[in-house]
Design a protein around this ligand. Structure first.
Ligand SMILES: *[C@@H]1O[C@H](CO)[C@@H](O)[C@H](O)[C@H]1NC(C)=O
Ligand SMILES: *[C@@H]1O[C@H](CO)[C@@H](O)[C@H](O)[C@H]1NC(C)=O
Ligand SMILES: *[C@@H]1O[C@H](CO)[C@@H](O)[C@H](O)[C@H]1NC(C)=O
Length: 577
């Protein structure tokens, strides 16, 4: 691995508060939590935008620094300290190492946009991509990136994860809407976009957050949809009376959209969005012909509403992309309407990803759940942080998870993901191996080891588990980060893992002799081959293999397009090393 931690400057802890227990910094945690909560309030009240950088930095410095490199052995921690970090980090602490961009220098500097031909859009006349999720969510960002459009706001107010004030865009819009609607609010907000950044293209404005029930941070669910939240479209129009609405829709086969939805989202909409959106989302989350028909109707109405709104509001343009249309036709249409090169649309839709395992069409959307099959010390933390950085912290779990039943009224302890999987699969024989394991959509480092009790379960080494997973989630994504087998062994030895894997009574799938280098190298390489074979025999799954190096960042950039600094953060490097 070409990471060089020595090059890194000091930075601030990201989310592994539990590591602090090891350094007995309980007090610091308390301070950290207070500061984090304080900061979160600051973020949420929207008033921090004029604060000096120094002030923000001071608050950051107060946050405890994570010094522990890796906690393989799940601790019987009090959940209070173990898990409070994660939510605040989404908004307040996402800074992740200030210097790794040097290693990733091949990416264009987003702050200095190259001159583009005269475009029909800019900061004052921006594009709003307003669509239901899972309609080419990866295609659209690729398209603008290919065309060299630099100022793109995608999910976050600030694309750069090292920005201290980064928050989800939808949350920012929702906060502003609430202040504007609240007559007794003491916070002056005059625009729905206030404090949300300034971009030429905005996308991924829908925001959903599960309830928080960890430690001292208890909060109800949140949801915001810019099209369905009462009054939001009008406010958007008021903020930008000259804008282009881009919609992305399956006009011929809306059923394909329905088929591609992750299993959890219907419940999210019903439970977490309907209360604040006038019950605009369908109420049934069951699978039946009549429920399907309701979703298709909902889908079509969503786009109809946008179309009519744009028609009736002078100054707003509407560009409607039909995902079911021949890409050549759409490419021409977009060239006329947005003045962006034809090749970009075609490439974004039809371009391939090539890795050591072969080549395949790049996915148009992320197929959840994403199961990260990398073994410890092979990029599991890097993968988790990559997705958290692109999609929001709650979406990606690493090693530990808050059970789905945990609520602010009835908070439950975090459990090792592996323990939940083992119980579901081995004991309860549930069809859904992730049943009740929490709300995450990306699952990383899902094995667990408690040498003291002889307990151990690494699901991906268990053939039966992978088959059960594939059966219930036939369209899932397998994400596999790979490194050199020798480096991996060195790293696991430093953390005394091979001995514990070999000796733990229940540990199935690992070599018996912890000292035989060749056996462990073969084991590691065979494991990669097994994962590849599994992926190849499950054609409906998406398989993404990535080297744990800076090449990995470029490969992922072409697929997901999250900010390059999301890959190989300092924190993740320390854990994976
Ligand atoms: C931030 O500063 C700008 C000008 O410097 C001012 O117009 C704006 O009202 C300020 N916003 C807040 C929230 O204090
Ligand atoms: C309205 O604003 C006031 C003052 O900030 C606050 O106390 C109250 O809870 C808000 N009401 C709602 C419904 O959000
Ligand atoms: C893959 O998915 C398609 C469409 O959902 C389905 O018709 C097909 O049977 C699936 N193939 C396999 C091997 O499961």
């Amino acid at each position: 691995m070409s990471y060089d931690p020595k090059k890194e400057k000091e930075h601030f802890g990201y989310r592994q508060y539990r590591a602090l227990i090891k350094v007995a910094c309980v007090l610091l945690v308390a301070v950290g939590v207070v500061v984090a909560v304080h900061m979160q309030n600051k973020m949420v009240d929207g008033m921090d935008s004029n604060k000096s950088k120094e002030e923000k930095t001071t608050q950051q410095i107060l946050r405890p620094k994570v010094t522990e490199s890796f906690v393989t052995e799940p601790q019987d921690t009090t959940t209070e300290t173990a898990s409070t970090g994660s939510e605040t980090s989404e908004k307040a602490t996402t800074p992740i190492g200030k210097k790794q961009d040097e290693d990733l220098g091949t990416f264009e500097d987003k702050e200095n946009p190259a001159a583009l031909p005269d475009l029909p859009f800019d900061d004052d006349r921006p594009i709003f991509v307003l669509s239901l999720p899972f309609n080419g969510d990866l295609v659209v960002p690729r398209y603008f990136e290919c065309a060299g459009v630099n100022k793109v706001g995608r999910y976050w107010t600030h694309p750069d994860p090292t920005e201290v004030v980064r928050r989800p865009l939808g949350q920012c819009l929702q906060f502003n809407m609430e202040q504007m609607m609240n007559k007794s609010s003491t916070i002056p907000v005059s625009s729905i976009m206030e404090g949300c950044g300034r971009q030429s293209v905005w996308m991924e404005l829908q925001y959903i957050h599960p309830p928080l029930s960890k430690g001292s941070i208890l909060r109800s669910y949140q949801c915001f949809d810019p099209v369905l939240f009462p009054g939001a479209l009008e406010k958007l129009y008021k903020a930008y009376p000259q804008a282009i609405i881009v919609t992305v829709q399956r006009k011929f086969f809306p059923q394909l959209w329905l088929d591609a939805l992750p299993k959890d989202i219907k419940t999210h909409w019903k439970k977490w969005c309907n209360p604040t959106h006038d019950d605009a989302f369908p109420k049934s989350s069951k699978i039946s012909a009549s429920a399907d028909a309701k979703y298709i109707e909902f889908y079509n109405n969503y786009y109809k509403k946008l179309e009519e709104f744009a028609e009736n509001h002078q100054g707003w343009g509407h560009v409607s992309i039909n995902l079911d249309e021949d890409p050549d036709v759409t490419a021409k249409q977009l060239e006329e309407e947005l003045k962006l090169p034809q090749k970009c649309w075609k490439d974004s839709v039809e371009g391939e990803m090539v890795d050591a395992a072969g080549s395949a069409r790049r996915p148009m959307d992320i197929s959840f759940p994403v199961l990260v099959t990398s073994l410890p010390k092979s990029g599991a933390a890097t993968a988790q942080q990559y997705f958290a950085c692109g999609l929001g912290d709650w979406t990606a779990a690493h090693q530990w998870t808050t059970p789905s039943d945990s609520t602010p009224d009835n908070p439950m302890r975090d459990v090792p993901i592996g323990q939940c999987l083992q119980q579901n699969f081995k004991v309860d024989h549930k069809k859904d191996v992730f049943k009740g394991c929490g709300h995450a959509r990306i699952w990383s480092d899902v094995g667990y080891l408690r040498s003291a009790q002889g307990k151990c379960y690494y699901p991906s080494l268990d053939e039966g588990f992978m088959d059960a997973f594939a059966k219930y989630y036939p369209h899932a994504t397998i994400f596999h980060a790979v490194r050199d087998a020798g480096e991996w062994l060195t790293s696991t030895r430093l953390n005394k893992l091979p001995g514990r894997w070999s000796e733990a009574e229940e540990c199935v799938g690992f070599p018996d002799d912890p000292k035989e280098d060749a056996t462990w190298h073969d084991f590691y390489n065979d494991y990669t081959q097994r994962i590849r074979k599994f992926a190849a025999s499950h054609v409906n799954m998406t398989y993404i293999e990535v080297p744990l190096s800076n090449d990995g960042a470029q490969h992922l950039q072409s697929i997901f397009g999250f900010h390059p600094k999301c890959w190989g953060t300092k924190m993740a490097r320390e854990i994976d090393q």
